[in-house]
Design a protein around this ligand. Structure first.
Ligand code: 26V
Length: 754
């Protein structure tokens, strides 16, 4: 401690009492850099390259201090000088390099790879404004650039660069590196590429900009609007910048380590995170051929080196690019892709697995499956659906390539960092082993009948709810009642995730409370979600929730029992406040549509009970905790898939038959809502629900109602038993550690060196 104080004082060049938070932050940044550098280990054997369009890494200071074993010391040292860690954390902007679960998974994986002392780097892009900053204006989402890059950036600007040819012109991709240090583990890197010429002054109103000026706009935003040709082309420009610079870096590193490239397999494992980085396959083949390797051998090498993870079964999310787009942006790749397509066509007569289809669309996922040695889904159910229906033709061709890797989360951020009180309590009960070996949490099962333990656990939840209440007050000026049940649905806004089902339930409750049918407990329904800027219905759902929130708040009768809180600009930092405070975790996607979900795991680990459908990893959570410790409802994935196949779902029939559904849907354009909201938005959403309801909200409405009311009643009637079941959930969360997931990837797919 004295030593740390001396180091910090030297770095700040003055007494810590006299330092601003800025100065302390900068000093700690240098300290962490120096400590992380000491943990860089030379690589022998295979090294992982995890390529991903997103890395949703969250703020780094506290996380890095925890992983370096310095957090407690730094905290006490600061406190001795009248400074708080919480205020210090406010200084750091959250890196805006991701969108949702896919990006957060990539971040958890990097943490686990380094923690398991495996050599493995990330490869991605350095977006200047990230996704976007969400603001609620007149009860509607609007978007502004998220200028997160500033003086507090963790990335080191390097002198390394690679030339990338885009539409026939050369650009220089510069490498930035962020150190990733594992918990008591080694240091790896997140490699991010960027162009020096990118210039955010070309952003016009909101988040719009001149899409044709590639040199200035290439890495401005993650997922730029793709509703026109220029936007879609821009995504290809971005993807190719990432994979070409990445592929060059991989080959350069491996060559330096002694590879003659024929033996690339002995040096590199490339994991393709969804289809955004798929062009790395033809790019690596192209580069190997340019170095004198024959095409057939290059294909063989790349197939052995690369593996692909599928993260969705939604057809509209599987990328297919028109051939003429690729001809324009990456003409150097098209001959390779055409040869790969010809190879596929020579191997099988089944046209459905072709890379280039009859409409001249290039199917990125098809290229991935043919020319990698492994295709994995991200939860047991998801992988079964891929094998049995969505990718069945591929499964028949290559049964040996298909495997499951159920997602996981890093406990360092999602327990140690976000819930220190619970962490300390668990440690007092079972010792510190769970921090590195998550299966140790099972030892908590010994305490499920211990009333003292349960009371303490309930008190910790209450403290976390108060902390969330305090944060909501200071950031959004919202007052919530910490004695109500906190039910939280936080995730990207998408119709398949069914925030609209939750909305209909809340309208139903509004009517019930007005009619004097009071619920078991007051309920605070918390939402956090960003809608893609061009996703109209998603934005309508946000609007409806914000309007309903206002309607309820203005009604003294109802607001005693019900409150809706929509957290603005949901991100990792917000999630860290929300998750420890949650009683009921809403995981209500349409069965078969959520590949895995990872929020479900975070909530469970922090002692929430799940209210969910049998979808994604919910299925495995239900199996782990048992039916009595989870609230499952709704139709099964098999039923849902059957209904899609028959194509005979008619939302209108459900609306006509069921008066509860009708009352809730009609309310969307009732006078209370229209007094505060927009008829355009609310009417469109209502129409969508009655005419289409593509994600089958109405058939699950009653089951959801019954299960949720049951949860509210249980919570009110027997709080101690609720807490007991929460403890069972925590004790069974070990399986969902990303350390387990990464160990499986390594054993089955990567076989990394040390
Ligand atoms: C992308 C898009 C883009 C265009 C229109 C609609 C749409 C719908 C979904 C997606 C998702 C892309 C992939 C993705 O983010 N998947 C998520 O990956 C998580 C990590 O494996 C997993 O937990 C989530 O269930 C899955 O949705």
């Amino acid at each position: 401690m004295a030593e740390l104080e001396t180091t910090l004082t030297e770095l700040c060049k003055k007494d810590l009492n006299m330092c601003t938070y800025e100065e302390i932050y900068t000093a700690l940044l240098h300290l962490v850099e120096a400590e992380s550098a000491k943990r860089v280990v030379p690589v022998s054997g295979r090294k992982l390259y995890y390529i991903s369009a997103e890395f949703l890494i969250g703020k780094l200071l506290s996380n890095n201090l925890i992983n370096l074993g310095l957090y407690d010391q730094v905290k006490s040292c600061l406190e001795a000088h009248g400074k708080s860690m919480a205020e210090l954390e406010e200084i750091e902007p959250e890196p805006s390099l991701g969108n949702g679960g896919l990006g957060r998974l990539a971040a958890c994986f990097l943490d686990s790879v380094a923690t398991l002392n495996l050599p493995g780097d990330g490869i991605g892009l350095r977006y200047h404004c990230g996704l976007f900053h969400q603001n609620f204006t007149s009860l509607l989402q609007d978007e502004t650039p998220d200028y997160w890059l500033g003086s507090h950036d963790w990335a080191e600007k390097t002198d390394t660069s690679y030339t990338v040819s885009l539409a026939g012109k050369d650009y220089t991709a510069r490498l930035y590196r962020i150190a990733v240090t594992g918990y008591e583990g080694r240091t790896n890197y997140l490699n991010l590429f960027d162009l020096d010429s990118v210039d955010s002054s070309c952003i016009e109103e909101g988040i719009s900009f001149d899409k044709s000026d590639i040199a200035r706009n290439l890495t401005l935003f993650l997922y730029p609007d793709d509703s026109d040709d220029a936007g879609r082309l821009l995504r290809i420009y971005q993807q190719y910048l990432m994979v070409s610079a990445g592929a060059q870096m991989i080959l350069e590193e491996c060559t330096q380590r002694g590879s003659n490239l024929h033996d690339l397999y002995d040096y590199a494992a490339v994991q393709i995170n969804d289809t955004h980085p798929s062009m790395v396959i033809p790019e690596l083949i192209r580069l190997l051929c340019a170095k004198g390797i024959a095409f057939e051998e290059a294909v063989e090498i790349v197939t052995k080196v690369c593996a692909y993870t599928n993260h969705t079964i939604l057809a509209e999310a599987l990328e297919k690019w028109p051939r003429h787009y690729l001809n324009k942006v990456v003409p150097q790749l098209m001959p390779v892709i055409e040869k790969l397509d010809a190879l596929v066509r020579s191997k099988t007569a089944d046209k459905s697995t072709a890379i280039i289809d009859d409409n001249d669309l290039v199917h990125m996922a098809h290229m991935d499956i043919h020319f990698t040695h492994s295709t994995n889904g991200v939860a047991a159910l998801h992988t079964e659906i891929l094998k049995g229906s969505e990718l069945n033709h591929f499964y028949r061709l290559y049964p040996e390539k298909f495997n499951n890797k159920t997602n996981g989360i890093t406990f360092r951020r999602w327990l140690l960092k976000c819930n220190p009180e619970l962490t300390a309590f668990i440690e007092s009960l079972i010792g510190p082993g769970f921090k590195k070996d998550a299966s140790d949490l099972e030892k908590l099962a010994a305490f499920t009948e211990d009333e003292n333990v349960l009371r303490r656990l309930a008190a910790i939840k209450q403290d976390n709810k108060k902390a969330l209440a305090h944060w909501l007050k200071s950031t959004q000026n919202i007052t919530v009642n910490p004695d109500s049940l906190f039910a939280i649905q936080s995730k990207r806004l998408h119709e398949y995730k069914r925030q609209q089902l939750n909305l209909l339930y809340l309208i139903h409750q509004y009517f019930e409370i007005k009619a004097g049918h009071l619920p078991g407990t007051p309920l605070t329904a918390v939402f956090g979600a960003k809608a893609a800027p061009a996703y109209t219905i998603a934005k309508d759902i946000i609007h409806a929730l914000l309007v309903l929130s206002a309607v309820i708040a203005d009604d003294p009768e109802v607001s005693k029992w019900l409150q809706i809180v929509f957290i603005e600009n949901y991100n990792v930092t917000a999630a860290e406040k929300m998750i420890p405070a949650c009683d009921l975790s809403e995981q209500i996607s349409l069965a078969s549509k959520e590949a895995s979900g990872t929020g479900n795991m975070k909530f469970m680990l922090n002692g929430a009970l799940t209210l969910g459908t049998m979808d994604g990893a919910n299925v495995e959570i239900a199996e782990a905790v048992g039916q009595e410790n989870i609230y499952i409802f709704g139709e099964s994935s098999a039923q849902v898939i059957r209904r899609y196949r028959h194509g005979d779902y008619c939302a209108r029939e459900w609306y006509d038959i069921d008066s509860n559904i009708r009352r809730a849907v009609n309310f969307l354009t009732g006078s209370e809502m229209l007094a505060r909201g927009s008829r355009d938005h609310l009417g469109r959403l209502q129409n969508e629900l009655i005419q289409k309801d593509w994600f089958q909200t109405l058939p699950d409405f009653n089951a959801y109602l019954v299960r949720k009311s049951q949860a509210l009643a249980d919570y009110a009637l027997n709080p101690l038993d609720w807490t007991r079941r929460a403890l069972v959930n925590i004790s069974k969360a070990g399986f969902f550690s990303s350390d387990r997931t990464i160990a499986e990837y390594n054993n089955d797919i990567w076989h990394l060196g040390i």
